[in-house]
Design a protein around this ligand. Structure first.
Ligand SMILES: NC(=O)c1ccc[n+]([C@@H]2O[C@H](COP(=O)([O-])OP(=O)(O)OC[C@H]3O[C@@H](n4cnc5c(N)ncnc54)[C@H](O)[C@@H]3O)[C@@H](O)[C@H]2O)c1
Ligand SMILES: [Zn+2]
Length: 684
């Protein structure tokens, strides 16, 4: 490589890495895998080592990737928050051990290993046993003050035991993460209402921690594992002792750590956790190996970007390369079209992969996929494998870019794509078979009418015999119609679809389950109707607030917005739903079938008029109530809840960690600020 080529390549790599850093740290999303990112970074490092004259002081090899934002107060770190050197290979780990050994000049040393938690780093300062500040890593020197958000994380102690033996000031560092269970729950709800899914728990955690509204942060139920203690030099000699002190003081430490006498022991720890880590409640992407003795850590010191006494060993995501045979398209309940990669079957992480999701047209364009390409397939924490790239070196001559489908593969209707949305839709809601089938499956699911004894094949059978047209028709089925019903299903054994018929016992079970489902409460029925954006939680809120289908269908846009958690998009969707004559017929059928279309408590009425004519803004987190409960109480007593502080506002009910902007504005305008207790006095 000539000097000029090296200079250009260094500039190009730096630019590319900076682009991905910006996406990762500011926009909380990724376009390439961590492995690809790390490979690019390594390439740049090697080039810079060979051509040191072209190293820029702002090179991504020398700087911690993040930045501070304008959205929070920026705070200088007392001790810089650095990155970690990383490797994917055993040899490089042994090289690291050699460097440590050499620098310590033959003195004995040991390692302390921890899992590398895949979340966001957070620094917590404690003063006199109280959490005084929580700051993100930012650019390593300065970070964002996110104390209010950190306070909503239950496992971060706000106050330590009264007579602890802790010093008056110290700093704790840890990783904020979204437990996988919570992540799956959020996505299940998004899927229910046809919203785009979140990509992964890490990006969700980092996006959540940077939200302005700490009540919204509280809802996400972030968690935190701590792994570092600073400013307590006199109390500890090893990192291990620091970890035990943190446990003793009541911090949340993951019990996955281990002390290792030699690098071979480290490799054993790494091998042991490669599969065990999959059972942990959060995503981990490797192991952090730290020299245990603090004096030796000091001897080893730091580079501009990371400590020399620690290294991260990262597990490779399982990936495989295979041929893209075709792209097919699936139509979901909401009409959303999802492209699917049909692959030459390939073994990946112990299972045979034949298909992978491609998300939408933008994703296909971004990957520049062509049928016949050799593609990389990866399986991360997610169950569904992903296509992550194309091996362009193996591209066949004359291959053509994919032309995205323009007609529904199921019903032939031209697809539509709303401005600004990535997904194509089939607008033929009432005539498109997978949409009808999807709506019925949604209607009978456990969280709705709970008639799960009726499987997808039976539904398809009923549809093909024209015995039902929409979910309400289920209630007019007879035993005779079901008994012996012919339907086709896929047989693993035969490798083909076979025609079967429904047995008497199954038919009886289905009829019984249909009858029993009439007992399901109103919120289940409402959720089952499949109104766009009305997921399980929203259905509950609407049901409690309005009391019945009658009230919801008559509610104006403004009245809908008054219900807790109902935003403009949901309100409009509800209005659209009830504005359609077909949906009115559908509801009449449900009513004729005897389903519950009212809550047990009946419609909502004000319990008193003690707050009549008064307006309230509520902000922060409350001891005695969820915010929605508080809103309901205000309304039940004749008051009105509004969202922004203005001069006309009567009261601001202030909880813990309320937004400073609201408080300032209320003070400026002379609005009366009351506590939770003051509020209770007003209604009691
Ligand atoms: N895919 C992309 O586009 C993209 C872009 C930028 C960065 N990245 C990824 O992020 C990495 C760089 O991020 P980084 O600079 O934050 O380094 P890093 O994430 O590799 O390592 C440092 C971080 O590890 C975390 N950590 C987790 N468990 C720990 C433990 N037990 N002890 C100490 N620290 C622990 C801390 O938050 C610390 O800040 C890259 O290697 C890359 O994989 C990916
Ligand atoms: Zn269609």
């Amino acid at each position: 490589m000539t000097k000029e080529e090296a200079r250009e390549e260094i500039a190009r790599l730096s630019q590319e890495l900076n682009y991905h850093n910006r996406l990762y740290y500011q926009e909380h999303r990724t376009e390439i895998s961590d492995f690809d990112f790390d490979t690019l970074l390594k390439k740049l490092q090697e080039l810079e080592a060979a051509f040191p004259e072209f190293v820029d002081e702002n090179s991504p090899t020398l700087r911690v990737g993040g930045t501070v934002t304008k959205d929070f107060e920026s705070v200088e770190h007392k001790y810089p928050m650095l990155s970690l050197g990383n490797t994917y290979s055993e040899q490089e780990l042994r090289d690291f051990d050699q460097r440590v050994s050499k620098a310590l000049e033959g003195a004995p040393y040991e390692y302390f290993c921890e899992m590398k938690f895949d979340g966001v780093a957070l620094s917590l300062t404690y003063e006199n046993g109280r959490l005084s500040r929580a700051v993100t890593r930012g650019d390593g020197t300065k970070g964002d003050d996110v104390t209010n958000n950190a306070r909503t994380i239950h496992s971060i102690p706000l106050r330590l035991g009264k007579d602890g033996d802790y010093p008056s000031a110290f700093e704790v560092r840890g990783e904020v993460f979204l437990p996988r269970k919570m992540f799956d729950k959020i996505n299940a709800e998004k899927e229910d209402i046809g919203e785009p899914l979140l990509a992964n728990p890490r990006n969700t955690a980092s996006g959540t921690l940077k939200q302005q509204d700490s009540a919204a942060v509280a809802k996400r139920r972030l968690d935190c594992y701590v792994y570092s203690l600073l400013g307590v030099e006199s109390l500890i000699q090893t990192h291990e002792e620091a970890v035990h002190l943190l446990e003793k003081w009541g911090f949340n430490v993951s019990p996955t750590y281990g002390k290792c006498a030699t690098i071979d022991d480290v490799l054993k720890y790494i091998a042991e956790w490669e599969t065990k880590r999959l059972d942990l409640p959060l995503d981990t992407d490797g192991v952090v190996i730290k020299v245990n003795a603090i004096t030796q850590q000091r001897l080893l010191g730091f580079t501009a970007k990371s400590p020399r006494w620690a290294i991260a060993y990262k597990y490779k995501t399982q990936s495989a390369i295979t041929e893209l045979l075709d792209i097919t398209y699936q139509v979901g309940r909401t009409g959303a079209v999802t492209p699917v990669a049909e692959l030459e079957p390939v073994l990946l992480a112990g299972t045979t992969v034949k298909r992978a999701s491609l998300h939408n047209a933008n994703e296909i364009a971004r990957l520049d996929l062509r049928v016949g390409d050799m593609v990389f397939v990866e399986k991360g924490g997610e169950i569904i494998p992903k296509v992550t790239g194309v091996d362009t070196a193996q591209r066949k001559p004359g291959s053509q870019a994919v032309v995205y489908l323009d007609k529904c593969p199921e019903c032939g209707t031209p697809l539509v794509r709303t401005e600004g949305e990535a997904v194509h839709y089939c607008p033929n809601t009432d005539g498109c078979p997978p949409q009808i089938q999807g709506r019925i499956e949604h209607f009978i699911q456990r969280n709705a009418m709970n008639i799960e004894s009726m499987g997808p094949e039976t539904i398809a059978g009923l549809l093909s015999h024209s015995l039902i047209k929409d979910p309400a028709d289920i209630y007019f089925l007879t035993f005779e119609q079901l008994n012996g019903l012919e339907f086709s299903s896929y047989s693993e054994k035969k490798g083909d679809t076979v025609t079967r018929s429904l047995r008497e016992k199954s038919a009886r079970n289905i009829i019984d389950a249909i009858e029993k489902s009439k007992e399901q409460p109103f919120e289940n029925v409402l959720f089952g109707m499949g109104i766009r954006y009305v997921g399980r939680t929203v259905a509950e809120k609407l049901a409690t607030h309005f009391g019945g289908i009658e009230e919801i269908s008559k509610a104006s846009y403004e009245q809908l917005l008054e219900a807790p958690e109902i935003g403009e998009r949901i309100a409009q969707s509800v209005i659209d739903f009830f504005g359609s004559g077909k949906n009115v017929d559908f509801i009449n059928k449900l009513s004729a079938a005897g389903l519950k279309l009212k809550t047990e408590g009946g419609a909502f009425v004000a319990a008193s008029d003690k707050l009549a004519g008064q307006t309230f803004v509520i902000s922060g987190v409350f001891k005695g109530f969820e915010r929605d409960d508080l809103k309901s109480i205000i309304k039940q007593n004749g008051g009105k809840v509004v969202s922004s502080v203005s001069a006309k506002l009567n009261f601001l009910v202030a909880g813990d960690n309320m937004g400073p902007a609201k408080l300032e504005k209320a003070n400026e305008l002379g609005v009366k600020i009351i506590s939770e207790d003051d509020f209770l006095k007003m209604i009691n």
